[in-house]
Design a protein around this ligand. Structure first.
Ligand code: CP
Ligand code: NVA
Length: 299
């Protein structure tokens, strides 16, 4: 069943039923139960920021599906040298079958989707990271199951915002603990409420973690925020996911990676059996392959 949406700019561009079906397809593809192909499809991949997982999982995924992915970094195309995004979008749409973009401004990925005559996938903006959410939800299904309670602890950032909405769509109970000045956009909680979630954010990490099955964190200083390093490090004191915070819980730990060990999470936690992070990273490819088949129209 193809998706009703042409683009995947945030997790709630799909319906809960479509999300469920996407995760079913991802699990079946991961298990080798189904092997859909994308023929000669080409995915253009625009990157304004660095990436390991997003680039490699999409590029390898397209190869596995029988298609091709093209890396378009900031120094590679005219976009980085003054060509307007609208023009880039219109031209790319004449060549490729889909565009995946990692951009700073979320408005830019919307412009891309408006002007490119092909599906556009958000590979991370300052506001959202829906492909990460797909992988996170697949990982939760495989481990704790969807009756999980997940505590997001740390920055109210792109990864957290998409996750809160996606978790609500999947019926997962979410708590959110951030410093008051680095909370999520309140609209995120309104979007989660549309799927029946009543998220009540707190500034108390211990309260959020109490009784949680999973503790999820991400870097305190996201790409593009390097000049805020000193003030953010001060604001996040007490929000580190460490053995002390996890003491008295059986919680597993999620992190989208890359991690800054010693800041938002300790080395010993990431190296412990609690960490689900390697499965999360692997699941990026399986989840995105399912998305690519749905959006680009696999056989
Ligand atoms: N989690 C994630 O998107 O990682 P990259 O920045 O390496 O792509
Ligand atoms: N919040 C991080 C996620 C990286 C995948 C960032 O935006 O840098």
């Amino acid at each position: 069943m193809p998706l009703a949406t042409d683009d995947f700019l945030d997790i709630d561009d799909v319906t809960p039923a479509e999300l469920d079906a996407l995760l079913d397809r991802a699990a079946a593809m991961k298990a080798g139960e189904t092997d859909p192909r994308l023929g000669d499809a080409t995915l253009g991949m625009i990157f304004e920021k660095p990436s390991t997982r997003t680039r490699v999982s999409f590029e390898t995924g397209m190869t596995r599906l029988g298609g091709h992915a093209m890396f378009l970094g900031p120094d590679d195309i005219q976009l980085g040298h003054g060509e307007p995004l609208r023009d880039t979008a219109r031209v790319l749409g004449r060549y490729v079958d889909g565009v995946m973009a990692r951009l700073f401004d979320h408005g830019d990925v919307e412009v891309l989707a408006e002007y490119a005559d092909c599906p556009v996938i958000n590979g991370l903006t300052d506001e959202a990271h829906p492909c990460q959410t797909l992988a996170d939800l697949l990982t939760i299904r495989e481990t704790v199951g969807e009756d999980a309670t997940v505590a997001w602890v740390g920055d109210g950032n792109n990864v957290g915002q998409s996750f809160v909405v996606g978790a609500a769509m999947a019926g997962i109970d979410v708590r959110v603990a951030t410093p008051a000045e680095y909370g999520m956009d309140p609209h995120v909680f309104d979007r989660a409420a549309e799927f029946g979630a009543d998220v009540d954010p707190t500034t108390d990490p211990e309260a959020a973690v109490d009784g949680a099955d999973i503790v999820y964190t991400d870097v305190w200083i996201s790409m593009g925020q390097e000049d805020q390093r000193a003030e953010k490090l001060a604001a996040f004191e007490g929000f580190q996911v460490n053995q002390e915070l996890l003491a008295g819980t059986d919680a597993t730990v999620m992190h989208c990676l890359p991690a800054h060990r010693g800041e938002e999470v300790t080395d010993d936690v990431l190296e412990s059996d609690r960490a689900l992070v390697w499965d999360q990273a692997e699941n990026r490819m399986h989840a995105q392959n399912a998305l690519l088949v749905e959006l680009l129209g696999g056989e």
